[in-house]
Design a protein around this ligand. Sequence first.
Ligand SMILES: [Zn+2]
Length: 292
Amino acid sequence: MKCFSSFLGKRTTTFFPFIVWLLVSCNSAPSHAENPPNSQPAELQKVEQTVQQEASPVIDTTHWYVYLTFDDGPQPGTANCIQICKEEQVKASFFMVGLHTDRWRAGKLLVDSIRQAYPLFVLANHSYSHANNHYRYFYEHPDAALADFQQAEQVVRPNFRIARLPGNNAWGIEHKEKSHHLVAAVLHKMDSIGYDVIGWDQEWNFRHTNARPVQSPDSLVARTMQLLREGKTRIPRHLVLLSHDRMFYHPADSASLQRYIFLLKQQPEVVFQTIDQYPGVSKSTPITAHTF
Ligand SMILES: [Zn+2]
């Protein structure tokens, strides 16, 4: 299934007056590594060990990592996603659309709050126009598509050069691409300017008539755990879940998101993580600090 925002254009403006904005603050998470002994002075050892820790992250084989990702915001539902993830203190990543950010002042504030909540949240690039929902044309014009992502970068100001393609489940990490041939040229261009492109392993589908979730949280968790147990994800032990902010606008659907999180928290092996921590993502281009 894909991200469809044709429906957004009309629906977002309809719902704007009904949104309550909930902006709260954030916190962080730890990391660790083994330090081999050597014969150099203690201070020098300390410096080299720090470099080693950053260069060679320890591979944790005891946990299963779930990356909650929300696409197409800011839009009705985004504030609920923020509030729930903050209340539950679970990490999440938001792939935002430049056009939606530009045309909605309250949406801009939501985008700012997500950016500032790092490392609880990661703000990422989901293009400026969302391909205007003409995906084939968009990907057949890779220079224009790249410019579209660069325009979004100026508006959304993501934490890192991490992106998701509109309407396409493609991966482009560590200069390796896994995609439909239609989007290969765009992936290559994104890579050339330092972007990692993230797809997904599982989607929480929505009804295109009303944007409400299809699967129940219980059935979704069962499938999440099955995919992890059977290693049917791009990288074993790591599962990226695609959902869309607008799915969680209605209170009953917000409750479904909360229950999905609650049920996953009952699984002792599961750790929620942000997409900058996904294996192979470079994080070498923290653009917020340097560009803006
Ligand atoms: Zn999308």
